[in-house]
Design a protein. Structure first.
Length: 258
């Protein structure tokens, strides 16, 4: 276990060294890892940001937080593309009241909206795992919440990185943005199911229209905070072949071999 955690820490690069007091027990330690790659245009990135802000302030999310065993969660956030955007990291904040959630949403809303090149889901998972490991809180559950609109095409392979995080006791859930073709056979939601998500009760939710994003984010956050699992998306389909988890890397290489 210690070796696994050390590997994850090294894969993610440095974690911001904010001085935080001992945090105590929370129902879940939740990292929001949000894709801002250039496969999404500025309007889509803006709507995505607004979706997270709206979901964090929504009554259903607040009720899910306060209805837990401890009645509080620890949450953090960062944006990623081919790398973790350094100034995007919002370090751990305790949410136990509506005002706590509003304050966290306000910090997110203040961030400039930018996009970056490439897509490294493996880097996002490693960064999220490293933040969970270094968190000052003790969580009954530990979740990295990855939203993205494409396959891994940069950095380390996603599948072994996912497996190391799961071995360390971290659950990875996904929000697959399927607004346009991703190049993943069977669809991006299947790629996420086979290659990205993992751990007990892990799930992926698909988003087909950008106007549905805010509702999907809220649903996912409520499920993660409450510990419930959306059954239609929680298991692979047994009679379908497993997705090639290196499909993104192969497609990227093909672009340069033509």
């Amino acid at each position: 276990m210690l070796a696994t955690l050390a590997v994850l820490m090294s894969l993610s690069g440095p974690t911001p060294a904010a001085a935080l007091p001992a945090g105590g027990e929370v129902d879940v330690k939740l990292v929001l890892a949000v894709d801002t790659s250039r496969s999404m245009d500025q309007e889509e990135v803006r709507i995505q940001r607004e979706g997270y802000v709206e979901a964090l302030k929504h009554r259903e999310f607040i009720e899910a937080v306060t209805g837990g065993l401890n009645g509080r969660i620890a949450i953090s956030y960062f944006e990623w593309a081919g790398y973790v955007v350094p100034d995007s990291v919002i370090d751990w904040q305790l949410i136990a009241t509506e005002q706590d959630a509003i304050d966290f949403a306000a910090r997110l809303e203040e961030r400039p909206i930018t996009t970056q090149r490439r897509t490294s889901i493996s880097t996002a998972i490693a960064q999220g795992a490293a933040m969970i490991v270094s968190s000052p809180y003790n969580g009954r559950r530990q979740v990295v919440d990855v939203s993205g609109d494409g396959t891994n095409n940069s950095g380390n392979p996603v599948e072994p990185t996912r497996d190391k995080a799961v071995e360390a006791g971290i659950v990875i859930n996904g929000l697959a943005l399927m607004l346009r073709p991703s190049g993943a056979p069977g669809g991006l939601d299947k790629y996420y199911a086979d290659c990205v998500i993992g751990g007990p009760g892990s799930f992926v939710l698909p988003v087909y229209k950008i106007e549905d994003f805010a509702t999907a984010v809220r649903r996912k956050l409520v499920l993660e905070v409450s510990g419930f699992v959306p059954l239609p998306f929680s298991h692979r389909i047994a009679d379908q072949a497993k997705t090639d988890c290196m499909i993104g890397e192969r497609q990227w290489q093909d672009m340069f071999d033509r």
